[in-house]
Design a binder for this molecule. Structure first.
Ligand code: FMN
Length: 179
């Protein structure tokens, strides 16, 4: 199973167009979580996970964690906001502080694949978003390369018309399914 974490608030926007190409190229099962529809509190730095490796907050993050642990591959898909991932994806990712603490206690997730799909209007580099997504994916167990695909001039041309980006998005599906 491939887990998709979608950080766009726009159901028919640029990230959605890239995700359509990605999903169409998948051969196996997937689950998509739309971060803007979830109620997931950001990390509150309560520091309990430093002792237990587990986050004590009870909310939608438990289901994200369950799916991420089951997945053979995880895709983080997001528009670029101020060179970063969007706020609800940052909230979800901030909860991976518990995974960081767990790793210090010697607890590590199963190895899997990770990839990143970004849409940017062209005003502000995507590097920060890519870097943050890679950090989150590593904490979920992503090993090896974490490839990036994206459309980065959406102010001039919507991602739905960016054929190269759509082809690269489809290529990430094959990568995550190990084909
Ligand atoms: C709050 C906000 C911040 C943005 N910051 C950036 C940025 O730093 N770099 C960039 O290239 N585009 C930026 N954009 C443009 C979006 O990334 C772009 O319009 C994207 O294609 C939207 O994707 P979506 O339709 O999937 O939501 C920003 C847009 C918003 C609303």
């Amino acid at each position: 199973m491939v887990l998709i974490l979608n950080g766009s608030p726009r159901p028919d926007g640029d990230t959605a167009a890239l995700l359509r190409a990605f999903r169409a190229a998948l051969e196996g099962a997937f689950v998509q979580i739309d971060a803007y529809r979830e109620k997931i509190t950001p990390c509150l730095d309560c520091r309990r996970c430093a002792e237990t490796g587990v986050c004590p907050i009870r909310d939608g993050m438990a289901e994200v964690t369950r799916l991420a642990d089951q997945a053979a591959g995880i895709l983080i898909a997001s528009p670029v906001y101020f060179s970063c991932l969007t706020p609800p994806l940052f909230s979800i990712g901030s909860r991976l502080q518990a995974r960081y603490c767990a790793s210090l206690l010697g607890i590590r997730p199963a190895a899997k694949k990770g990839a990143v799909l970004l849409a940017g209007g062209g005003n502000g580099a995507p590097d920060g978003a890519y870097r943050m997504a890679r950090q989150f994916l590593r904490l979920w167990g992503a090993a090896g390369d974490i490839p990036l695909a994206g459309s980065f001039q959406t102010d001039c041309r919507p991602a739905a018309e960016d054929r190269e980006a759509l082809a690269k998005a489809a290529g990430l599906a094959a990568f995550l399914e190990g084909r």
